[in-house]
Design a protein around this ligand. Structure first.
Ligand code: B12
Ligand code: SF4
Length: 485
């Protein structure tokens, strides 16, 4: 290892639930790659890495258990539930390595010149907070730079609770290089920053001992402004990369890391389809790449015409999540008219014509917005179920700076200055009572039942179908009570 070097850290997740759905600290990997490109030696500690040899030893495994398409469970240890969440009838856990594995990882390294700590969801702040505490103990005096989503959305809270030496809000490549220019006394790090999004390097997956999949972005930001979304606060402007550059990256990087699965983190991957996504997919098909694509973030279904659906099928899109949010007219107008039920139906028809089964497709439905009636959620669920597609309920997580955050405060659902912990998506924070939680829990169980029915080839809401398969599905529903403690 060259000296001096920079240590990048992806912290634990503290939550009721967490799963590796192509979950990588992509922002930190972009920052790391940018520094590497400028000659800085960089190391990574990812507390969520499932391949750590000591973790595997303790789990009694020779190798990490990886499911279909490269995803899998994080190591989980139950921890005391923080005070504001005690009423929740679920166990709180730390996801990722046991703490001592992390401390040993730090201790066996030479002292870094700086630590670059990233942060995810705002309500996951206990993770970066604990990492910051430990880093200060093991490496006192080493400058700590904090960036990422929590740092971008709640900079004041982060400053107060983590006390980083530097906090970067928003895109971090250039900012981090400028700060490190002084720390490392390398003035060249301030110079020649690219203007074009395609001149930034690929994310530094070389820092992983064993990548199970690759993650990238073909664009940054989003041109929409949905009332519950804070994307505009993280990336103010919407920019898309050149299709040739994206296709080249996918070919090169998946060969380099020997992976077939690729997740796109874009907020608006399908915008301007003729100029962007279609040429990317045509190029990949022409180059005969046997890749599998996943879009954990929702897609704008209105752009999926017959041609795009066919290209998605031919190029290997396997996980397709379409943003629906709500069928209610007023809601749709309010959250930005980004999709109508008619457009959703057409997108599903096009995808089915291209070769997908409806149950291969998934849709996001939002629930728990301030003042949103439960009937609206149920109506949307019924509509999505009539299309035969898998439903993913996304419960509202109020984010500072958004219209719905303000509304939640005005309607008295949220205090003026809430602990971000109570904005956790699992909490259904609008009415913080066990009864409210149970109502929403029932909706989610109902949805699971519909989804389970689709897997069995049964539409649960179609009475003639209520036969043996339905009874089998009910048996499985009973089993789900297990995680409701
Ligand atoms: C991909 C994504 C997901 C993925 C998974 C992400 C993951 N890593 O696990 C999936 C689809 C699973 C997901 C789920 C959810 N998400 Co989401 N997601 C995103 C998204 C689109 C991109 C995040 C990302 O990685 N960006 C890519 C990189 C390049 O950006 P970045 O991390 O910000 O990094 C840059 C800077 O921050 C900085 N930086 C980063 N680290 C560091 C470190 C240092 C030291 C420095 C200097 C700089 C720096 O530099 C980087 C490069 O410029 C964001 C929106 C957005 N545009 O950010 C929402 C977002 C983070 N998600 C959000 C929400 C609401 C959710 C859900 C709650 C939705 C729901 N209701 O179910 C769930 C929660 C899941 C859970 N388990 O709790 C919110 C934030 C919520 C919050 N309270 O924090 C966001 C902001 C979108 C929104 N609606 O406003 N999400
Ligand atoms: S379309 Fe998606 S990313 Fe864009 S503002 Fe709406 S919710 Fe956010």
């Amino acid at each position: 290892m060259k000296s001096p070097y920079i240590l990048c850290i992806n912290p634990w997740i503290f939550d009721f639930a967490a799963y590796d759905h192509w979950s990588k600290p992509l922002g930190l990997l972009y920052v790391a790659a940018y520094l590497q490109q400028r000659g800085v030696a960089v190391e990574l500690i990812d507390c969520l890495d499932k391949h750590h040899p000591e973790l595997l030893k303790r789990q009694g495994r020779g190798e990490a258990k990886i499911s279909k398409y490269g995803i899998g469970q994080f190591h989980r240890e139950v921890v005391p539930t923080p005070e504001p969440l005690r009423y929740m009838p679920r166990q709180f856990a730390r996801y990722g390595w046991p703490e001592d594995i992390f401390i040993n990882e730090l201790r066996q390294r030479p002292r870094p010149a700086a630590i670059l700590l990233t942060s995810g969801m705002t309500y996951w702040y206990p993770g970066p907070m604990r990492v910051a505490e430990i880093c200060r103990e093991v490496f006192p005096g080493v400058p700590l730079l904090l960036g990422g989503i929590y740092a971008s959305l709640m900079p004041e809270h982060a400053r107060e609770n983590l006390q980083p030496d530097f906090l970067v809000s928003g895109p971090g490549e250039i900012e981090a290089a400028n700060i490190l220019a002084d720390i490392l006394k390398q003035p060249h790090l301030r110079e020649a920053h690219p203007q074009d999004i395609d001149d930034f390097p690929y994310p530094a997956f070389d820092l992983y001992r064993h990548p199970d999949y690759y993650v990238t972005m073909a664009s940054r930001g989003c041109p929409f402004r949905c009332t519950f979304c804070a994307t505009y606060k993280i990336d103010e402007k919407f920019s898309q990369r050149r299709p040739e550059a994206v296709a080249e990256e996918l070919v090169r990087q998946t060969r380099r890391y020997r992976v077939r699965d690729v997740a796109f983190y874009d907020d608006a991957l399908l915008m301007q389809p003729e100029k962007r996504i279609k040429p990317i997919l045509r190029e990949l098909i022409a180059r005969k790449q046997a890749l599998r694509f996943h879009t954990p973030n929702g897609l704008h279904a209105r752009f999926i015409d017959e041609e795009l659906a066919a290209l998605m099928y031919a190029s290997g899109f396997k996980t397709i999540r379409l943003s629906l949010e709500s069928v209610a007219k007023e809601r749709r107008r309010d959250i930005h008219n980004k999709i109508t039920p008619g457009e959703m139906t057409r997108a599903v028809e096009n995808l089915v014509r291209a070769g997908y089964r409806p149950r291969d497709l998934q849709t996001y439905i939002i629930m728990g917005l301030p003042g949103q009636p439960l009937e609206e959620v149920l109506e949307t669920i019924l509509y999505a179920n009539s299309l035969g597609i898998h439903i993913r309920l996304a419960s509202f997580s109020p984010i500072p700076g958004t219209v719905d955050y303000q509304r939640a405060i005005e309607k008295g659902f949220l205090p003026e200055d809430p602990d971000p912990l109570i904005t956790n998506t699992t909490v259904i924070p609008m009415e913080r009572t066990r009864e409210a939680y149970e109502r929403y829990y029932q909706i989610s169980q109902f949805t699971r039942m519909l989804n389970e029915g689709l897997k069995l080839g049964v539409n649960m809401l179609n009475p003639p179908a209520l036969r043996d398969e339905l009874m089998r599905a009910f048996e499985r529903v009973k089993g789900w009570g297990e995680d409701y403690k």
